[in-house]
Design a protein around this ligand. Structure first.
Ligand code: NDP
Length: 453
């Protein structure tokens, strides 16, 4: 099957030059799909994979706005509408200076398979901007969001494309964008998810990705008759996903000892307990401060700033049982993966998208640890976004318990689908193959049903 992988990769690289993250995401998937394509020549004949790697539509636009000094600023906005075979495009918006076409294509491609795994009817998309909300006033963020949405509103809609948040896009940004959509389109509809509770949001949506990633790890542990009780956990990031990962780990009797931001990480040997997590949430979500301040408030915690001269991240070089990368792509390199294994980590549940480089993934698989790849482990966020869409359509709000119950069931279904597909295609315990194959099959069969479109 290396001929199949090589031909797809040659195509993707020729058509999408200088987009290494997109190449990386596609390569991982097509390597898994070799196992499926052998058994299903009809997918090859219909060029399903060739169509899957080509976005249905790419929108790229200028986002001009005025800063607090009255100066004109210009950013670039994007929306990748990757695949709508099983439902409207669905996927987050990322505001971060590193955003470019290749990063968003990788995220949109992953999103197609992830959304398929959730069992809900959602296609895949992703978007965002190279705008950096860090250090901007609320007014500047609002002006940017309004300009961004003025253009994006022409392309999205409750039945066509429903964006959500991602890095740099939380409740504040969704609020500003929803307000502008409503104003320019004169309609109050569920065109975004992650909305405020008073205006169509769902309970548990903020918690969903972090909780879901912990639930995914719980399901993996259950295959070995184990639980989280007493386990030490490494968490990276300190944003939405990291915060609720820590919250759920505390609830399950585990101890999270680290968190980070782009400046560095803290190690708290006593664990980031409920009171400390409340401080961290206030620090990041309200004060918009840095994790270094955590170590000032709690002197037993050690802060280690990022050292650009190191070829590894010392956060991953601490003794632990579990790891929850929850910051960004490629944050675990090959050396970090080796350090995690050396330090006793045998559960990795990825809250972030593609946080581990391919050499690291291979080390985890070879070591036969419980390794849950992002497209399965972090699907809880988009799953509850799907539930938010359902509630909007019904004009109803479900209780916390109802939504959390759905989330737990969906994470178990995703786990079981990946686990079973891995076994069926001859690689038991390999959740990477399992998630890629289970996610792909539903989309591929639907594309066959719908003809050459
Ligand atoms: P947030 O913006 O809330 O938090 C991101 C965190 O990661 C911050 O602590 C940030 O630090 C850190 N970070 C971001 N980029 C970098 C970088 N290049 N280097 C080092 N640290 C970085 O985002 P989320 O928590 O929502 O997202 C985290 C990850 O989870 C992403 O990979 C996202 O795609 C994924 N994800 C999110 C979902 C969601 O529902 N929100 C759903 C599924 C996946 P700093 O503040 O210094 O930038």
């Amino acid at each position: 099957m290396s001929g199949f992988v090589d031909s797809i990769m040659a195509l993707v690289k020729a058509k999408n030059p200088a987009e290494p993250e997109f190449h990386q995401a596609v390569e991982e998937v097509v390597e898994s799909l070799g196992l499926v394509i052998e058994k299903h020549p009809e997918y090859r004949a219909a060029k399903i994979v060739e169509r899957l790697v080509e976005p249905e539509r790419v929108i790229m636009f200028r986002v001009p706005w005025l800063d607090d000094q009255g100066e004109v600023q210009v950013n670039r906005g994007f929306r990748i509408e990757m695949n709508s075979s099983i439902g409207p495009y669905k996927g987050g918006l990322r505001f971060h200076p590193s955003v470019n076409l290749g990063i968003l294509k990788f995220l949109a491609f992953e999103q197609v398979l992830k959304n398929s795994l959730t069992t809900l009817p959602m296609g895949g998309g992703k978007g965002g901007s190279d705008f950096d909300p860090k250090g901007k006033s609320d007014n500047e963020v609002m002006h940017f969001c309004q300009s961004f949405m003025t253009e994006l509103s022409r392309h999205i809609g409750q039945f066509t494309d429903v964006p959500a948040g991602d890095i740099g896009v939380g409740g504040r940004e969704i609020g500003f964008m929803f307000g502008q959509y409503k104003r320019v389109r004169n309609e109050f509809v569920g065109v975004l998810t992650g909305k405020g509770l008073a205006w169509g949001g769902s309970l548990i949506r903020p918690e969903a990705t972090g909780y879901g990633s912990v639930y995914f790890g719980k399901n993996m542990l259950a295959t070995r008759n184990e639980t989280y009780a007493g386990k030490t956990c490494l968490v990276s990031g300190s944003g939405n996903v990291a915060q609720y990962t820590i919250e759920k780990l505390n609830e399950f009797g585990a101890k999270a000892v680290t968190c980070s931001d782009s400046g560095g990480f803290i190690y708290d040997s006593e664990g980031i307990d409920t009171a400390k997590l409340a401080y961290l949430m206030e620090l990041k979500n309200v004060k918009r401060g840095r994790v270094s301040e955590y170590a000032e408030k709690y002197p037993n915690a050690v802060y280690t700033p990022v050292d650009p001269n190191l070829d590894y991240n010392p956060l991953w070089d601490n003794k632990a049982d579990c790891a929850f990368p929850s910051a960004t792509q490629n944050e675990i390199n090959a050396k970090d993966a080796g350090n995690l294994l050396k330090n006793g980590v045998y559960v990795v549940s990825e809250g972030a998208n593609m946080p581990t480089v391919p050499e690291g993934v291979n080390q985890f698989i070879d070591a036969k640890i419980l390794y849950g790849p992002g497209k399965a482990a972090n699907a809880g966020g988009v799953a509850v976004s799907g539930l938010e869409m359902s509630q909007n359509s019904l004009r109803l709000s479900w209780t916390r318990e109802e939504v959390d119950g759905h989330l737990q069931r969906i994470m178990k279904d995703i786990h079981d689908a990946a686990f079973n597909a891995a076994e069926k295609y001859g690689t038991p315990g390999n959740y990477v193959n399992g998630a890629n194959i289970a996610g792909f099959l539903k989309v591929a069969d639907t594309m066959l049903d719908q003809g050459v479109v």
